[in-house]
Ligand binder design. Structure first.
Ligand SMILES: C[S@@+](CC[C@H](N)C(=O)[O-])C[C@H]1O[C@@H](n2cnc3c(N)ncnc32)[C@H](O)[C@@H]1O
Length: 274
């Protein structure tokens, strides 16, 4: 079973809500209702692009600024799933259920019983639960703060976050078995292409790994960063000579995390904003 097989088997359109949001040239996102514009809605489903499914934490009705839930671009999801190396029977924790589409792809790869997915917004979690059940992938959708993981179903072989962090919650390390992998997209606080990192958990309860490739996710709700944080990180990265993504790595211990360049012995002054 390959990631490609999963994409062939699971239609994205089953997971997108009737109302999606489209970004306008002026920066505002406005609703696009499937009933009003079915062709545009289908085009959005079929494109290799992010589809915004909630703005401004659900507060906006006719226009909104911040995308707060979305279905990620399928090409990026595929790249992340390839890196995650899930096999039949792998036990996986996903943080950020969103539409449920990624959880369904994971369920296709490893079996629905092996997936736990956590979503902080109860309305979004309820929609995803329904879509997953209807599509035939009855995975466990937990409503709660994904920063806490979900200890009840631990240990996991894989943790995948589909919301970005600037600090990896240690709970994710604690709940992953030694040798397991954590894939986590980063906020704009290490590199301007917001790369994702792939960490391996070790016997001693630490996790370490490198940044892999560009991503671009909204952050976990409790880890939102300000424009000033981003500007500060950008300047520090530029002063360091604009090192490429793959030169960066991160080590997570119970005492905190270190972002480094080339080797754990060389911590960088950027990467942490708090
Ligand atoms: C990019 S979307 C996830 C895309 C999703 N995996 C999919 O396939 O559609 C990010 C999601 O993370 C959720 N989120 C944000 N902070 C969270 C947190 N602390 N715990 C759990 N979910 C969170 C948001 O509500 C949003 O639905």
């Amino acid at each position: 079973m390959t990631v490609r097989d999963a994409f062939d088997a699971v239609p994205r359109r089953l997971f997108l809500p009737e109302v999606i949001w489209v970004r306008q040239e002026d920066g505002w996102a406005v609703p696009l209702r499937r009933g009003d514009a079915p062709e545009q809605w289908e085009q959005a489903c079929a494109a290799d692009d992010t589809v915004i499914t909630q703005v401004d934490d659900g507060a906006a009705t006719d226009r909104g600024l911040w995308a707060t839930s979305s279905s990620s671009a399928p090409g990026l999801m595929a790249r992340m799933l390839e890196e995650l190396r899930v096999v039949r029977g792998s036990r996986v924790l996903e943080i950020g259920t969103g539409t449920g589409y990624n959880a369904a792809l994971l369920a296709h790869l490893t079996g629905a019983d092996n997936i736990t997915t956590v979503e902080i917004d109860d309305g979004i979690a309820a929609q995803a639960r329904q879509a997953l059940d209807q599509a035939g992938y009855p995975v466990e959708v937990v409503t709660g703060d994904g920063a806490l993981g979900h200890p009840k179903n631990a240990p996991y072989d894989r943790v995948i976050a589909t919301a970005a962090v600037h600090e990896v919650p240690y709970a994710w390390v604690e709940q992953t078995r030694p040798g397991g992998l954590i894939l986590v997209p980063w906020a704009l606080t290490v590199h301007p292409e917001a790369p994702f990192a792939l960490l391996e958990v070790r016997e001693d309860g630490t996790a370490e790994g490198r940044f892999v490739a560009a991503s671009g996710f909204m952050t976990l709700r409790a880890q939102r960063v300000s424009q000033e944080d981003i500007r500060h990180a950008d300047e520090a990265w530029a002063q360091a000579g604009r090192p490429e993504i793959a030169r960066h790595g991160v080590t997570v211990t119970p005492a905190g995390q270190t972002v480094w360049l080339d080797s754990p012995a060389n911590p960088v002054s950027y990467g942490l904003t708090r």
